[in-house]
Design a protein around this ligand. Structure first.
Ligand code: AMP
Length: 422
């Protein structure tokens, strides 16, 4: 399969060639022809699958077709891309800008997200935009300030729909949908499809073409999953040991709280490892700086909370460590998806203690995986697993999804995100 066989405009084929893509990824081959026909698309795809270009290329194709001699943004907003986090907004927006740079006509791409001053974003939107990449709350703020009109949007993209809902954006999405024109194209991407995501997809999409990244094994991420049994109190020393022993050059460590993020990073630093915390209390400037340090190898280890780490795209991230296990199975999938990007291989290590063994077993069960427990010499666990009844399991706050209503689950997901107070 080649890009030229997908039906894209020659200038777009030229753009991807100049960027260096030689052939479409599985999700691109499947989604682009359907989207070019104007159909709605329901994509099962993770970050790393090439999904950004899968929705951006057809969106740009349609924009070029209607642009003619008109000025950029003159015909109102063409494409609206909703994403769950500011990092993802920046990443997706920049990826689209990269494509646009190689086009013969100017296309205005605006990136908007919360947590920073609204004024520069209002200024940037003056004169309109062709494509807006936005987090839902800030988008609504801008619409309320009359900085943006989405009533003529031709294409709506929901990127990482599962995380949009996990982060409690259900209400905002409902308000945004009410402001969009009824006639539009919808491109819907999600890594996982729990009940609420299916409900939203059903509500939003008309006869969608279903596409799946997993259908092409050559593009499946190559991630070796490991689970190490260790006493909870020894995880810190084990982490240091593994980093030094394996000479891991770049490690993303997941912890449950901001406090743990600071604490684990501090202990690593005391052992001469260049580590930094990464959580939601950081200003946007500090986040950008820490991420830049991590990307250019000034930092070796980033100790992050889930919410802070969402959407981080680091091309070469060989190792992810679950120091604290994620609460929900979907979060496990997202965390390990941070490694093994775009064809590279990666390792995802989970620390499992006697207290969290039952919780990890439930995660495995829900995801249909089984990760053998390993022991590391010198760190053999001394504790024994407490007897836990799976149906009433309360270890680690309980696994979400144990026969709760959809509303309960959504509320819990929102509460969990808020509890991490990001
Ligand atoms: P995404 O899943 O959209 O975040 O893309 C993951 C990574 O794959 C990004 O770094 C893209 O630049 C890269 N990528 C996307 N499409 C292709 C392609 N067809 N060939 C090679 N790399 C690609």
């Amino acid at each position: 399969m080649s890009f030229s066989s997908l039906g894209l405009a020659p200038s777009l084929i030229n753009a991807v060639t100049e960027i260096g893509y030689t052939e479409p990824t599985a999700i691109q081959s499947a989604a682009i022809p359907a989207a070019l026909r104007g159909e709605d698309v329901l994509g099962a795809a993770q970050t790393g699958s090439g999904k950004t270009a899968a929705f951006a290329l057809p969106m740009l194709h349609a924009l070029l077709a209607k642009r003619g001699a008109a000025r950029p943004a003159a015909q109102g907003l063409h494409g609206l891309v909703l994403v769950p986090t500011r990092e993802l907004a920046a990443q997706v927006g920049e990826a689209i800008r990269q494509l646009v740079q190689h086009l013969p006509v100017p296309v205005k791409v605006s990136i908007v997200f919360g947590g920073v001053s609204i004024n520069p974003q209002m200024m940037a939107l003056r004169g309109g935009a062709d494509i807006v990449v936005a987090t839902p709350g800030r988008l609504l703020d801008l619409i309320e300030h009359n900085a943006l009109d989405i009533s003529s949007t031709a294409t709506l993209v929901l990127d990482e729909a599962d995380r949009l809902l996990d982060m409690g954006f259900t209400e905002e999405i409902g308000r945004i949908l009410a402001l969009l024109p009824a006639r539009r194209q919808n491109l819907f991407f999600s890594a996982t499809f729990p009940g609420p995501v299916q409900t939203l997809a059903h509500h939003l999409l008309r006869n969608p073409v279903r596409v799946e990244a997993a259908s092409a094994p050559e593009h499946e991420p190559d991630i070796a999953q490991r689970a190490i049994a260790v006493d909870a109190v020894r995880r810190q020393v084990l982490l240091k040991h593994l980093i030094k022993e394996n000479k891991w050059s770049r490690v993303l460590v997941f912890v449950a709280t901001k406090y743990a993020s600071e604490h684990v990073a501090e202990k690593l630093r005391r052992n001469g490892i260049r580590a930094e915390a990464f959580h939601g209390d950081f200003s946007q400037g500090a986040r950008t700086e820490v991420l830049a340090d991590f990307k250019n190898s000034r930092l070796q280890v980033l100790v992050a909370t889930d919410v802070a780490a969402r959407g981080i795209d680091i091309a070469q991230l060989p190792v992810v460590v679950n120091f604290d296990l994620p609460r929900a199975p979907a979060e496990y999938t997202h965390r390990i998806g941070r490694t093994g990007r775009a064809g590279a291989s990666g390792i995802a290590v989970s620390f499992v203690s006697a207290e969290t063994e039952a919780h990890f077993r439930l995660i495995e069960k829900r995801l249909g995986i089984r990760v053998p427990r390993e022991q590391v010499a010198g760190f053999e666990p001394t504790g024994t697993a407490p007897v836990v009844h799976p149906a009433t399991d309360t270890v680690n706050g309980g696994v979400k999804g144990t026969r709760k209503s959809k509303k309960d689950k959504l509320r819990e997901a929102a509460a969990a995100a808020a509890a991490d107070s990001e």
